[in-house]
Design a protein around this ligand. Structure first.
Ligand code: NG1
Ligand code: MG
Length: 546
């Protein structure tokens, strides 16, 4: 069980680099960050934490609904060099966080125990939206995306889990230097890499790595990342932590977190193929747009689950807030409960999804001129839920900020179930290929590609998390010969992922450059930053320096 393994702690750079293909480039980054750390803080770092970004091959906007998805870690990663601070006057747990990228200015911050004097009203206003419930407090600005917020988010969980105030145990002051090769706001999940990297750094320097399993780190990192203001699922953190080389990871979240490495057949086909990431260069600012985009999807799918439950005759308490995945399980009479280790057979889930899809048609907004395009107004949605207005607000809106005039219950639910089905089919195609001997036919690539294309179509029309530029990039990729191409990650910009024959990658990239306006004139290093073949690589680790 991949999730039950301990976090790898290496003592040599070559072990930490492992299989990484571009080892020479990678090795120089590790050395640079050590040297620069020494320059800035006057001593060698004690550890380097590495956390990779990820590309999701298929299955977006379904992890928070608790359906499985299929990402793979990429080589691009975040490195955090860290060590106990040598500054003499540092208070417990204070942090000096620097970033090699001069765009991100150095930040100093100190966590406060909640019985310490509260910040002034002005300071609280400044830190609008800060989390302030547990023993330790750090002001995380949710209104504005700031690089150090991810460092703080990783720290939060470590503080509140490992430093209970009554223990008298206090965190050590820390120096930290970050360098990253995962482009931010691009769908490769630099955010999860940052949070995993910082969670690991604070654990390591405080000697709390112990025998933490990968699954436990994923759970901490998920919780930590939510503090930045996005109610995300756990795909990114799981991919960043648990991935293994040459495989994608089939990650399921219900009834418990499970991760199964799925060997990708693309290097055994004739022709061989690779997954190529292409950044649309439309940056999606998730923290700012969350209430009309990501968090709105979370709420729409949750309300959809309640409305569907009513149609299916699944009884729910007024205060329950199950996901579509849970309602499906209940309807089909699966014996599964959170925390009970009953793994649901994927074939059974597939049949269940096929069975529920016609039922989803009952969610179509009825009898209005605009048809399903219009969605439901708040009033209509409350009515459909069967709850009174007050309860509805408490259960579905009190914990999250969303903003919409119409809620797309039908489209979102249809996207979720169909996308969940496509993930299962993609996984099955990979497993079938693994069972065959010898070279595999090109039809395997066509099969995977068709699922990716259908996934993108659904993102564009049902989940509505694409944008004109990304749609254009996907069309260009198809014309340039991709077997399949789709938006990856949260969307509203960011990256696409395309399946391309290995010997045609250069030609493919040149065709994107020629046709995608934002790539005009790009070449060399600048071009390889935005379009790159991805190599499924290994998950997070810690390098312990002498
Ligand atoms: P991105 O924004 O690509 O890192 C987000 C969520 C995922 C998942 C995808 C959509 C975060 C940290 N991650 O990924 O959990 O829901 O969108 O599939 O918000
Ligand atoms: Mg992210």
């Amino acid at each position: 069980m991949a999730a039950q393994l301990p976090i790898p702690i290496y003592t040599t750079l070559s072990d930490a680099l492992g299989d990484v293909q571009t080892a020479s480039v990678q090795a120089s980054r590790w050395n640079d960050v050590v040297q620069e750390f020494e320059k800035r803080f006057g001593k060698k770092p004690a550890y380097i934490a590495r956390a990779p970004g990820r590309v999701n091959l298929i299955g977006d906007h379904i992890d928070y609904v608790l359906f499985g998805c299929l990402p793979a870690a990429v080589e691009q990663d975040i490195l955090m060099a860290c060590g106990p601070s040598s500054a003499t006057s540092s208070s417990p747990g204070s942090v000096a966080a620097h970033n090699l990228n001069p765009k991100y200015s150095p930040q100093n911050f100190t966590p406060m125990l909640n019985n310490a004097p509260l910040p002034s009203e002005a300071e609280q206003k400044e830190a609008a939206g800060a989390v302030r419930a547990e023993s330790w407090y750090l002001d995380i600005n949710k209104r504005e995306l700031r690089w150090e917020s991810y460092v703080k988010a990783g720290y939060y969980g470590v503080l509140n889990r490992f430093f209970p105030p009554e223990s008298g145990d206090r965190p050590v002051p820390i120096d930290l230097l970050v360098t990253g090769s995962v482009p931010s706001g691009s769908g490769l999940s630099s955010s999860a890499a940052m949070v995993v990297g910082s969670t690991l750094s604070f654990l390591a320097v405080n000697n709390k790595l112990g025998d933490l399993t990968k699954g436990q780190l994923v759970e901490m990192a998920m919780e930590n990342e939510r503090r930045v203001g996005v109610n995300s699922g756990g795909m990114d953190q799981a991919a960043s932590v648990i991935s293994t080389p040459a495989s994608a990871l089939y990650i399921t979240f219900f009834p418990f977190l499970n991760a199964e490495p799925i060997l990708l057949p693309v290097l055994r086909t004739t022709p061989r193929a690779v997954f190529v990431g292409a950044n649309s260069l439309v940056v999606s600012d998730k923290a700012v747009g969350a209430k009309t985009r990501y968090n709105l999807r979370v709420v729409e799918t949750l309300v959809g689950a309640r409305i569907l439950a009513r149609h299916l005759g699944v009884p729910l308490q007024p205060t329950e807030r199950p996901t579509l995945r849970e309602v499906l399980g209940h309807w089909l009479g699966y014996k599964e409960a959170k925390g009970t280790p009953t793994e649901l057979d994927t074939d059974k889930l597939k049949t269940g999804l096929q069975k529920v899809l016609p039922e989803v048609e009952k969610l179509r907004p009825a009898g209005r001129g605009g048809g399903e395009e219009l969605g439901l107004t708040m009033e209509e949605m409350v009515k459909e839920s069967g709850l009174d207005e007050k309860t509805f607000h408490e259960v579905y809106l009190s914990w999250v900020e969303v903003e919409a005039t119409h809620f797309q219950i039908y489209k979102r639910a249809k996207h979720v179930f169909e996308e969940a089905l496509r993930v299962i089919e993609f996984r099955a195609a990979c497993l079938r290929a693994s069972e065959r001997e010898g070279a595999l036919p090109e039809s395997v690539l066509h099969e995977l590609g068709a699922l990716m294309d259908a996934s993108h179509h659904s993102a564009s029309t049902l989940c509505e998390n694409s944008c004109p530029e990304v749609d254009e990039l996907v069309r260009i990729a198809k014309r340039a010969g991709a077997y399949g191409s789709r938006i990856t990650g949260a969307g509203w910009g960011g990256c696409t992922v395309s399946l391309v024959a290995e010997d045609k990658v250069d030609e493919f990239i040149q065709r994107l450059v020629a046709a995608y306006p934002a790539y005009k004139g790009l070449e060399g290093e600048a071009l390889s930053q935005v379009v790159f073949a991805t190599k499924p690589s290994s998950g997070a680790c810690v390098l312990k320096l002498e």
